[in-house]
Design a protein around this ligand. Structure first.
Ligand SMILES: NC(=O)c1ccc[n+]([C@@H]2O[C@H](COP(=O)([O-])OP(=O)(O)OC[C@H]3O[C@@H](n4cnc5c(N)ncnc54)[C@H](O)[C@@H]3O)[C@@H](O)[C@H]2O)c1
Length: 320
């Protein structure tokens, strides 16, 4: 049994990660400010510290709650996980998504003391709107939002802290994560909830542009498997350093294709309400999973229709 700290452990992906760690007998402490996460969503066996990653004393309190001597690693998921909210308040985006990551890494990677590995939730948003081929990690980042820029800054802080402090940090660039418990208004996967609600109600489904926008939808259990594999790899790697991997399927799904898949799962025939293209909408956001497959030894294997069926099972799509 090991003990982990999960920041953002009351959120969508965090609650799935905490459940997976607890199921394997690990101890878990959670640091979460409950801004979008819910206390009720957290398994009561996890110790919750209600606090802010922008505050170093709150991080220290969470590490103390986990037990500083026992702590085996930190999964850093806490963030303002929304492009529109970061656009509306870029100062807070910077304080949480960039500086909060720097704070977590400073607590984990301490020169001359015991460092613990950190696995950090970065985002496909660091690539911006950069072409039609699947993005490899070597593609020069070109974020087009404060959210993407601050996630990239978080990666740089993670890398520099790991090198300076002798620790190990891994950034995982998640693509569009979906699954039970997701926030129906999420900019990443909210389109699934909107399409499903309209299909169930027998109403026309709003589709911006020609429906040819391509996304890489990755099921939440596959994301959890990548987080845990990255932590195991970091723990088994004695040298200090930083790695970055995409977490994606490599499969392009157009929004029109997503609608067709949802209609199949729900047994409905879709009608479309055509809407003008959304300004600033990224046309193609697909990742290349090869580096993660090679280093972590796994792939995001869940087929879209299987993941959608699990997401749409009664009671699975809980609103936050
Ligand atoms: N969902 C996706 O498709 C997706 C894609 C790319 C990256 N990500 C990243 O994955 C991580 C988890 O995303 P999610 O979809 O579960 O989002 P979420 O909003 O459901 O979870 C984020 C959690 O962090 C907490 N939090 C926010 N600000 C905090 C702060 N200052 N201090 C402490 N806790 C704070 C929230 O209360 C919430 O519980 C985020 O870092 C996000 O940027 C998500």
């Amino acid at each position: 049994m090991q003990t982990f700290l999960v920041t953002g452990g009351c959120g969508f992906i965090g609650t799935h990660l905490v459940a997976s760690l607890l199921a394997d007998g690990h101890g878990v402490a959670v640091l979460d400010d409950l801004s979008t996460g819910r206390r009720e969503a957290l398994d009561p066996r996890a110790a919750l510290v209600a606090g802010d990653v922008a505050s170093p004393p709150d991080i220290a309190a969470a590490i103390a709650a986990a037990g500083a001597d026992r702590l085996a690693g930190i999964f850093h998921l806490a963030a303002i996980a929304s492009v529109p909210r970061c656009l509306a308040d870029p100062a807070r985006s910077r304080a949480v998504n960039a500086d909060g990551t720097r704070n977590v890494l400073a607590a984990a990677c301490r020169p001359g003391e015991r460092s613990v590995p950190v696995v950090f939730a970065s985002s496909a948003a660091v690539y911006g709107d950069a072409g039609t081929a699947p993005a490899r990690e070597s593609r020069p980042p070109a974020p087009i939002s404060p959210y993407g820029a601050d996630k990239l800054s978080g990666e740089h802080h993670a890398a520099s802290a790991a090198r300076r402090g002798g620790g190990r940090a891994t950034a995982l660039r998640f693509f569009n994560v979906y699954g039970p418990g997701q926030d129906p208004s999420s900019p990443y996967s909210g389109v699934i909830s909107i399409f499903a609600d309209r299909l169930r109600a027998g109403r026309a489904v709003p589709l911006h542009g020609d429906g040819g926008q391509q996304r890489d939808f990755v099921y939440v259990a596959d994301v959890v498997a990548h987080l845990r594999a990255a932590m195991a790899r970091a723990a088994a790697t004695p040298r200090a350093g930083f790695d970055v991997f995409n977490v994606c399927t490599g499969r392009a799904v157009t929004l029109a294709g997503l609608l067709a898949a949802l209609a199949r799962v729900l047994g409905r025939s879709p009608s479309v309400e055509p809407l003008p293209p959304r300004p600033g909408d990224i046309r193609v956001s697909i990742g290349d999973p090869a580096a993660a497959a090679e280093a972590l030894g796994l792939r995001a294997a869940t087929q879209l229709t299987d993941g959608l069926a699990r997401l749409l099972a009664p009671g699975a799509l809980s609103a936050k």
